[in-house]
Ligand binder design. Structure first.
Ligand code: C2E
Ligand code: MG
Ligand code: MG
Length: 584
């Protein structure tokens, strides 16, 4: 077929000037010539190479690669230009393999047939080791993936905070953008979706939110996820951004089917628009945030457009938070106590400790500063300081009679602290208060996160004889049926149910089934917010064990406790008298 192999067996040739390994193959695939780069690349001497079948250089699976090229090239209109690179795996003399890049071109047939009578064209084969290129490609791909990851939210594929900030900065710099608007939105009560339906459901909700958001804007508008359940949209040159905000509200409010459950996303949305006075991207984002906060404060599931007056509200909020921090640090949060009286003949009395914060001579209601303390991470310090102060103030009162008890309100944020139980027990012991006389009031929401150690902490404290009451009973998410699984000793029926009793003639089956159910589970029942004798009688008739409310006493400071107790007892006596008097 081709030139005589022997003639080139050891000769150096012009092929040696090529940095690439070069082989000349005959039509039957015998190696006729090889350069020194080929010797180095394949780890074989020229003597070994020349005269051998080229397939000794190819790994199994690639044996046909070059033969096939030869045929393709012969049929090609311009065979000398060579084939596109092929990438077989090659074999070295020591048996090791390496990825190669091979380009074949057909050499013209010799004018004169060789002595062996072969006038077929031969094949020039240029071989490169592709190991480094392959590694390089893999690295480049990884780098580009990393780059994408650096700017993309992994769960939803939306822009992440950094990319969004860059896009916003660019948009605000560009003079041709007459309008730049930012929409910031946050899913309301998303934590509950996670807690009740699981994190997977939560993720699905976020992915669906991202999809719907994208469908509400133009393809080139940037939609980002800033983290958690917070999303952001950048609009440029949109004439009516409020219409986009409304569209987002409508689209997102449609229920999502997650694992068979229909969940209706609710969202709070803030809209802010660039003006001459908004200089920085961070200002615009902050304005959207302030508007979003106003939407939440205004009752959630709504959108609010930023107005400059809102900044004042924000400043006040920050100021209040800073002052609360100082007050907690300096032990300035005081405690008042409200009696809880027994309906039966027993003399057990309980006091509920309620935090009081006086700022500039004015009492701030706990309904305001407790959520603030929870948001700003102050709640544990605040809760511990209330517990410590109450234990100190009431130690003598508790020590006087073992049937007396003292209850505290405990927020979820406190129970999530790993050392909550230890700290509570330490406070009791250092104040010489029997843990058996202490009650922790928790709300149902603390039980929603099944993965947390809340239940373990409460069980631990119950082993140490502290008791647990389920506060605001009836207002939570869980069904009455869940009650039996919770580590609690009593329930406190929320005042909102009690306030449904006006004349005392009402039929309130929910209220009576709450009492029956709790009793069936051996839990004692307190009714909160009793303001009228009619309410007291009604709840006593239902079988409530304890009553609490302004009818008996308002919360008072420790120096007025005796008076409050007497008043509460008297009020209780008069309610008992009414019932004995047969009015009902
Ligand atoms: P809560 O634990 O359900 O406390 C009962 C609330 O009802 C108290 O409000 C009490 O003053 C009020 N109340 C009592 N009787 C009546 C009544 O007859 N009518 C009406 N309308 N209200 C009555 P307060 O002191 O404003 O506390 C509100 C909430 O703040 C508490 O609700 C509790 O959830 C929380 N809180 C109070 N102190 C603390 C604390 O130290 N730590 C924590 N984590 N939360 C606290
Ligand atoms: Mg309470
Ligand atoms: Mg309550």
């Amino acid at each position: 077929m081709m030139s005589d192999a022997q003639e080139d067996k050891s000769a150096a040739s012009e092929l040696d000037f090529s940095p690439d390994a070069l082989l000349i193959l005959g039509r039957d695939g015998t190696i006729c010539r090889a350069n020194s780069a080929a010797e180095r690349l394949f780890g074989r001497t020229r003597e070994e190479l020349v005269g051998s079948d080229h397939r000794i250089l190819l790994a199994d699976g690639f044996l046909e690669a070059i033969v096939w090229e030869y045929d393709v090239l012969r049929k090609s209109p311009d065979p000398v230009l060579g084939s596109p690179p092929i990438e077989p795996v090659c074999l070295r003399g020591d048996g090791s393999e390496f990825p190669a890049e091979i380009i074949c071109s057909l050499l013209p047939a010799p004018q004169q047939p060789t002595p062996s009578g072969n006038a077929a064209p031969s094949l020039a084969v240029s071989v490169r080791d592709a190991t480094y290129r392959k590694v390089g490609n893999a690295l480049a791909e990884e780098a580009s993936q990393l780059r994408a990851m650096a700017f993309q939210d992994q769960l939803t594929g939306l822009a992440n905070r950094q990319l969004f900030n860059d896009q916003l900065a660019q948009a605000m710099r560009r003079p041709r953008h007459t309008a730049v608007d930012v929409i910031l939105l946050d899913l309301d009560d998303f934590k509950e979706v996670n807690d009740i339906h699981g994190h997977q459901a939560g993720d699905q909700m976020l992915i669906e939110t991202a999809r719907r958001l994208r469908s509400c804007v133009r393809p080139n508008d940037t939609v980002g996820r800033l983290g958690g359940d917070e999303f952001v949209v950048l609009l440029t040159n949109v004439a009516d951004p409020a219409a986009v905000a409304e569209r987002i509200m409508e689209t997102l409010n449609v229920p999502v089917n997650i694992g068979g459950a229909h969940l209706k996303p609710s969202l709070s949305l803030g809209l802010a628009s660039m003006s001459e006075t908004t200089m920085e991207p961070s200002d615009l984002l902050r304005q959207a945030d302030v508007a979003m906060y106003a939407a939440k404060a205004g009752g959630k599931n709504r959108y609010v457009r930023f107005r400059p007056e809102m900044l004042q509200v924000l400043a006040q909020r920050n100021d209040m938070e800073a002052r609360l921090r100082v007050a907690v640090l300096h032990g300035e949060v005081k405690v008042q106590y409200q009696p809880v009286v027994a309906t039966g003949s027993g003399r057990e009395v309980q006091l509920e400790a309620l935090a009081r914060w006086e700022r500039d001579g004015e009492f701030i209601p706990p309904g305001q500063f407790i959520p603030m303390a929870e948001r700003s991470g102050l709640i544990s310090d605040l809760g511990n300081s209330v517990m410590a102060r109450a234990c100190v103030e009431l130690q003598p009162w508790l020590a006087e009679d073992k049937s007396r008890s003292l209850s505290f309100n405990v927020s979820g944020g406190q129970l999530h602290e790993r050392d909550f139980a230890d700290v509570a027990l330490r406070i009791a012991s250092s104040c010489k208060v029997d843990p058996g006389q202490l009650v922790l009031e928790v709300t149902e929401s603390v039980f929603l996160d099944p993965g947390s150690q809340v239940i373990d902490q409460l069980k631990h404290l119950r082993r140490e004889r502290m008791r647990v009451a389920l506060d605001d009973f009836g207002t939570g998410y869980s069904s009455l049926g869940r009650l039996q699984d919770l580590p609690v000793d009593s329930v406190k029926i929320d005042g909102s149910f009690v306030s449904m009793v006006r004349t005392g003639a009402e039929k309130l089956p929910l209220l009576s089934s709450m009492v029956t159910m709790a009793h069936a589970l051996n839990l004692s029942v307190t009714a909160e917010g009793i303001e009228t004798p009619a309410q007291a009688e009604y709840l006593m008739d239902l079988g409530c064990d304890f009553l609490q409310g302004y009818l008996f006493s308002r919360p008072v400071s420790d120096n007025r406790l005796d008076m409050a107790m007497t008043r509460a007892e008297t009020a209780m006596e008069s309610v008992r008298g009414l019932r004995v008097g047969g009015r009902r």
